[in-house]
Design a protein around this ligand. Sequence first.
Ligand SMILES: Nc1ncnc2c1ncn2[C@@H]1O[C@H](COP(=O)(O)OP(=O)(O)OP(=O)(O)O)[C@@H](O)[C@H]1O
Length: 310
Amino acid sequence: MQEQSVISLHEVYKTRGQHTIGPINFELPQGYITVLVGENGAGKSTLLNLMMQTIYPDQGWMTWFGQSEKDELPLHIRQRIAYVSEHSSIEENRMTALDAAKFRSHWYPKWNQKKFEQLLIEFQVPSNTKLNKVSKGQRQKFEFAAAIATTPDLLLMDEPSSGLDPFAWKDMIRTLHQLMDTSELSILITTHRMEEVERLADYVMLMNDGMIYGIEEKDTLYQKWKEIWINAGAGDPDVIHSLHECDGIIAWEVQSDLSVRVITTDAIQLETAAAENGISIQTRGLEWEDLLYYWRSAWQYKRDQDAMKK
Ligand SMILES: Nc1ncnc2c1ncn2[C@@H]1O[C@H](COP(=O)(O)OP(=O)(O)OP(=O)(O)O)[C@@H](O)[C@H]1O
């Protein structure tokens, strides 16, 4: 049977303390890496917890591999999902990596002990030291190896690179690429590291204020969102000003020397209009930090405009 989506959320709301997330609507693309980015406190970990049903939505509904489940996730679904949380389990503190693996392997019919041990060696994680005696980074690497060893269909990772040294980080990236090349795995990963967006993402999902601002293909974002400079003497000022009417312009900043810095979500349209009007321009790629900043501003601007119309 063709599965509808790996995981989908429909009008989901969840209040935790003073903070509400929602409405959340999205479908996680199957067979791809989606990188979830957003401000501190945006609700990213809450979203992952909802996906694991360690917390339940107050409203709305969700599906896992095309199935809707209201209560605790059935074991056969849980067994298809691996979760690398921000916090390691206290219950395993007094176990060694090998003991913890033995314990976990009972829950996962597709547990791959050979892969697990191979990753421990590769990541230089001591296999016979109690987990509360290994370093933070080593513990994180154990969690990563154990998640991979379950042979999941869906891998959820909450800031997996926090605490990893640059060498381990590279190993993690390489391991994930190898997995994507050899399996049908889908991954959702939260991060604050822009290199991870660059190196890993097929899709980028932006979350802020408890809402998903969008989910976009990374390459499309990168190709369409550009910084464009128009020099003051590039043409008739009225003609230059008329370019402001092009679709997709989210920032139009006139500089003190009258050159214009434009941020657009549709670079081709502006480039075409400029060429047709004989205006020479310079196009530059945006840094990820800038792109996300403008994505957030554009979304919030549209939300405020929509609210004013009501
Ligand atoms: N167990 C909890 N009880 C009460 N409030 C909580 C709980 N967990 C999270 N929150 C609140 O929910 C909001 C979202 O938190 P969450 O951890 O999901 O954000 P995040 O996007 O993962 O942040 P960060 O990038 O800092 O890790 C925050 O305002 C936080 O204070």
